[in-house]
Ligand binder design. Structure first.
Ligand code: NI
Length: 138
């Protein structure tokens, strides 16, 4: 962890008041930690836009009775090879399965893989979350 540096910024009173309300509601203990998180999020977004190396978790919920879907999901993951690091599967009820895929690669390749899965018929809901070690450099 690098040395802490103090900095100051100027902004409108109302904007700061609204920010303080939002971060307090989220449970932040102080403004500095909230600002650090915003900066880290910005750095991750920059990595994503520059097609840098990222890690992604794709959470999907699907009906395993949908014809051919389980086979398509497995085929998509095999085609992706080492881009899929791990998967976890939970049987939610008689029809529905929850699956989490942990992926690694260029941001475009991770996004394309996620979109290929999210758009399969029978995948009812899902979301990709991307992070990067850029957020961890201190
Ligand atoms: Ni299942």
């Amino acid at each position: 962890m690098g040395e802490l540096v103090r900095t100051g910024i100027s902004l409108e009173e109302g904007l700061l008041a609204r920010f303080d309300e939002v971060i307090a509601a989220k449970g932040y203990q102080n403004r500095s930690e909230a600002v650090r998180d915003l900066i880290r999020d910005h750095l991750v977004n920059e990595e994503v836009e520059a097609n840098k190396e990222v890690f992604g978790t794709l959470t999907i919920m699907y009906d395993h009775h949908q014809a051919g879907l389980s086979e398509k999901l497995i085929a998509a993951q095999h085609r992706a090879g080492s881009r899929v690091l791990a998967t976890t599967h939970v049987h939610l009820d008689h029809h529905n399965c929850l699956e989490v895929l942990i992926m690694h690669g260029s941001s475009e390749s991770v996004r394309d893989l996620a979109n290929g899965i999210l758009t399969l018929r029978g995948v009812k809901h899902g979301k990709l979350v991307v992070t990067s070690v850029a957020a961890g450099h201190e």
